[in-house]
Design a protein around this ligand. Structure first.
Ligand code: ADP
Ligand code: ASP
Ligand code: MG
Length: 408
């Protein structure tokens, strides 16, 4: 008998009919003798609707209260799912994150899971229940409700699988696995049977929202067997996230293309070229709680230099405000920004043993006259910042240039 954690995303529980489908699927796993923990998201669009309501009241809602409202979407689906399972003749019990308790830190809207109390869940499973636990949420040590960041139900599922030492964590979504790139942008994208943790981590951090990055980190750290599957198709094996050794010897050079639409670029022009400048610019940005992604300091001339970096588009206006103060302090020539940029990345562990991937990438982009504004590389990825209007074109061109549209 195996213990399986099954997470169902928003589209998989978008209506009562789909919820009934989920209950039927769970019933089949149960009938095969498995113990099942189910972790649903809110119905699709619901979390956005709830956050929208909060913003109608306040432009910058209090994060604690935002979590109180945002967490309610999942409270609806856990109860409906438990009821649908009762209709299937199953014993089932639902819990919110706080009831379990999923203990988190107090960073409202992006809390981290610290510990999960498995006592209630183990007891319920032993009594033959399917246990339904709300994704995306927990509670801090003072009992305040917290949420785990957008897409956080993936992380709830993996954390539960880790805490209960489940045999597998299955992430059911609206695509049948992890693809070489978002199949909604490139119809020729191919489903991968396996992808390494390392690559999945890069893909997730570079914008592929099929798995929340923290869920991949958790799975890697606690050795959770993690699989992405379709909730609409009963066949398929989905994509298994593997440790590298399990992969075939001959690695493809590039495994996938990831992209992130939400980048904005800022440049401080003509800052004095002297030690400490990066700190004087980025210190106040960090103090304003703005995460910085790529950074470029141009070669200086005449004792001054230009300093550019990217931030999440949602932080663009705030970052511009901070830089206006920095500009005066440093006596810089000016501040310019562009919030219509995006980031496209090629990811692959095979890159380690194949130099020349960067030039292949640049030549493919040049063939479509796409201008590269910034570049960053690591051992297993190359990212470029380009104008947002070229995003789809760039993803398609790179997907083809690296032969990802062709079967192995
Ligand atoms: P859920 O609501 O089930 O959590 P998400 O919308 O968060 O679903 O994630 C699934 C979506 O991720 C897909 O519909 C797809 O558009 C997108 N996606 C982005 N990159 C990839 C990729 N490489 N492979 C598969 N899906 C991807
Ligand atoms: N409902 C939450 C969101 O929309 C969590 C999730 O779907 O994973 O972000
Ligand atoms: Mg998701």
């Amino acid at each position: 008998m195996a213990l399986i954690v099954q997470k169902f995303g928003g589209t998989s529980v978008a209506s009562t009919d789909r919820i009934k489908n989920v209950a039927r699927r769970v019933a089949r796993w149960k009938a095969q003798g498995n113990d099942v923990i189910v972790v649903p998201s809110a119905m699709s669009g619901e979390t956005n609707r709830l956050i929208g309501l909060a913003r109608e009241i306040s432009a910058e809602p209090d994060p604690r209260e935002l979590d109180v409202i945002a967490s309610t979407g999942e409270q609806v689906t856990i109860a409906l799912l438990a009821m649908a399972m009762h209709e299937e003749g199953l014993k089932a019990k639902s819990y919110t994150g706080a009831q379990v308790r999923v203990l988190t830190d107090s960073t409202f809207t992006k809390a981290r899971i610290l510990q999960i109390d498995d006592e209630k869940i183990r007891k319920d499973l032993a009594e033959g229940n399917v246990v339904v636990v709300a994704g995306f949420q927990g509670a801090d040590e003072n009992g305040n409700i917290t949420t785990l960041g957008r897409g956080g139900s993936d992380t709830s599922a993996v954390a539960l699988a880790a805490a209960l030492k489940a045999d597998e964590c299955q992430i059911y979504t609206d695509v049948d696995g992890v693809y070489t790139t978002d199949p909604r942008v490139v119809p020729e994208a191919r489903k991968l049977d396996t992808i390494t943790f390392e690559e999945m981590l890069e893909m997730a951090s570079l914008g592929s929202k099929v798995l929340q990055i923290r869920s991949v980190e958790f799975a890697g750290k606690y050795k959770v067997k993690l699989r992405v599957l379709s909730s609409f198709d009963d066949e398929g094996e989905g994509t298994l996230i593997t440790v590298e050794e399990e992969k075939k010897m001959e690695q493809p050079i590039i495994s996938g293309i990831a992209f992130n639409r939400d980048e904005a670029k800022l440049t401080v022009l003509g800052v004095p070229d002297r030690p400490g400048i990066a700190y004087q610019i980025l210190g106040p940005i960090a103090e304003a709680n703005i995460d910085v992604d790529m950074i470029i300091q141009n070669v200086g001339h005449d004792g001054t230099t230009d300093f550019s970096f990217t931030v999440n588009r949602g932080d663009y206006t705030k970052a511009l405000g901070v830089l206006e103060t920095v500009k005066t302090k440093l006596d810089a020539r000016g501040v310019v920004g562009d919030n219509k940029t995006c980031k496209v990345s090629a990811v692959g562990v095979g890159m380690r043993s194949h130099p020349g991937v960067a030039s292949q990438m640049f030549s493919a982009l040049a063939s479509e006259s796409i201008n590269i504004q910034m570049i960053s590389t690591s051992e297993i990825k190359i990212s470029v910042v380009i104008e947002e209007k070229y995003l789809e074109l760039a993803v398609r061109v790179l997907h083809k240039a690296f032969g990802l549209d062709k079967a192995d």
